[in-house]
Design a protein around this ligand. Structure first.
Ligand code: BES
Ligand code: MN
Ligand code: ZN
Length: 497
């Protein structure tokens, strides 16, 4: 769901809306389109009155500027142009659209204030930032704007840029990525009563319209596949589990696929090891890893990425019940390894371990990346600013670190090692599902690593980044859709060429 944003590209110098957005650099530098407005003196006066100096992401809103027939001239600072990164252009798009969300229509003068040509990629980045910032989850708000709320409903924005075909092409690509982010956000924001495993699987199946092959595995299928660890989590819920397998085959020949695996716990009550009540509603977002996997598959298919990619998501609900699994239970995973359940609230790893085995047996993947809201401990370690990155492969880890810097969806490498692995040894089984209070994110990752056999693998713990999000220029929603842009960028940089 978004504020309906009608984006179009136009040539400079055509008919503009009465609200104009322009970019301003240090020393109040402006590009040729702004110069042609003949408002240099006006900008200088307004800037000095408001101490606006073109600092990055700063905004100066000039209402009814004298001597023009404009209603508004919105000036947006870029800061020093050599410092502006790809991600900054996305942010600038977010800042630009935010200033006009309550205005019916605006024209953005899309150009660099230093007179150099704005790369088409950055035009696409600007438009992407606009799309993401305009997102608002209002599916269940029954009052619309004209009934006295301050929620905007629609904005028309034209982007005036010199190279129309290149701009439209760049936007085609970033729009597909944006659609993937929006899907992920919608899934995470949706309430758990309406988004159980069956409904979630249906949403994944909708990717068929983009040419993605989607299979939905039912409880019966999962039993046949021996996914006993995943099924153990689902036992306490009246809503049966599903696994969705999404395949995009845009690559060449028989190349092995890059594989994304997502934790999709549609609601995590903790099960018999039930969570305290405060904040438990946030556990509707415990399927964010799966949502990101759907989002990235949508992005790759939407932009016709030249790669073979597989997305696998495990959809279950973790509930307390007479039929629920209990502490002390021992389950045999698909891989044949036995697991002593010590805490039913450490359920995500039980879902993922069977999916890791399934992915390797069926697809012999080029690499696997799992995403999961796996541990509260990752929030203690990294806050909301980085996802935890655990990996058994340097090239994959470095690719993710670089993609994180490029997209602003940053990751921080966390340790793995045999001493941590010892912490999940069990008295009764091959391993237990928790490792004690210390290094909780790492022992969860060690658990997963035990199911990885000779495959480059990375685990992203997104408990801090996916939901209850940090507010940024490009997201004001509870769900961030974190990871869609990161993984799309990783694929584009490393696995599509
Ligand atoms: N889904 C939670 C982790 C979580 C916590 C996600 C906060 C988002 C925000 C996970 O299933 C869980 O309950 N983990 C436990 C593990 C513990 C029992 C070893 C935790 O983090 O407390
Ligand atoms: Mn849990
Ligand atoms: Zn969980």
């Amino acid at each position: 769901m978004t504020v309906s944003l009608d984006l179009a590209f136009t040539k400079p110098g055509g008919k503009a809306e009465n609200t104009i957005i322009a970019f301003v650099g240090p020393g109040l530098a402006v590009g040729p389109q702004v110069k042609a407005l003949g408002v240099a003196e006006l900008i200088a006066r307004a800037a000095s009155a408001a101490r606006f100096s073109g600092k990055a992401m700063s905004v100066l809103d000039v209402l009814a500027p004298a001597g023009t027939d404009l209603d508004r001239l919105v000036l947006i600072g870029t800061g020093k142009l050599s410092d502006v990164t790809d991600y900054d252009w996305v942010r600038l798009g977010g800042v630009a659209i935010a200033s006009v969300l309550k205005t019916p229509a605006a024209t953005v003068l899309v150009e660099r204030p230093d007179g150099r040509k704005l790369a088409p990629k950055h035009v696409g980045d600007l438009a992407l930032g606009m799309k993401l910032r305009a997102y608002a989850y209002d599916r269940f708000k029954t009052k619309k704007e004209d009934e006295g709320t301050d929620r905007p409903t629609s904005v028309r924005v034209s982007l005036a840029t010199v190279d129309l075909p290149a701009a439209r092409k760049a936007w085609k690509r970033t729009e597909a990525i944006g659609e993937g982010v929006v899907t992920a956000r919608d899934l995470v924001n949706d309430p758990p009563n309406l988004l159980g495993p069956i409904e979630f699987a249906e949403r994944a199946a909708a990717l068929k319209s983009l040419g993605v092959t989607v299979e939905i595995l039912t409880e019966k299928d999962l039993k046949k596949l021996d996914m006993a660890a995943l099924l153990a989590v689902a036992r306490g819920s009246v809503r049966p589990p599903r696994v969705a397998v999404m395949r995009w085959t845009g690559g060449r020949g028989k190349q092995p696929p890059v594989t994304f695996i997502g934790k999709g716990v549609v609601f995590d009550s903790g099960g018999i090891s039930i969570k305290p009540g405060g904040g438990m509603e946030d556990m509707k977002g415990d399927m964010a890893g799966a949502a990101t996997v759907v989002g990235v598959m949508q992005a790759l298919a939407g932009r016709r990425a030249k790669v073979h990619a597989v997305g696998i998501i495990g959809l279950v609900e973790n509930m307390p019940d007479g039929a629920a699994q209990r502490p002390g239970d021992i389950v045999t995973s698909k891989a044949g390894k036995t697991i002593e359940i010590v805490n039913t609230d450490a359920e995500g790893r039980l879902v993922l371990c069977d999916l890791l085995t399934y992915a390797q047996e069926r697809f012999k993947p080029r690499l696997m990346i799992d995403l999961a809201t796996l541990t509260g401990a990752i929030l203690v370690a990294l806050g909301q600013h980085n996802a935890g990155l655990f990996a058994n492969d340097e090239s994959l880890a470095n690719g993710l670190l670089a993609a994180g810097k490029a997209t602003g969806e940053t990751v921080w490498r966390m340790p793995l090692g045999p001493d941590y692995d010892k912490m999940i040894e069990s008295k009764f089984a091959d391993m237990k599902n928790v490792g004690g209070r210390w290094a909780g994110s790492t022992t969860a990752a060690q658990f997963l690593e035990r199911f990885v056999v000779d495959t480059p693998w990375a685990h992203l713990d997104v408990a801090g980044t996916a939901m209850n999000s940090r507010q940024t220029e490009i997201n004001k929603s509870w769900a961030s859709g974190w990871g869609v842009r990161l993984l799309d960028q990783l694929v584009a940089e490393k696995y599509e060429k």
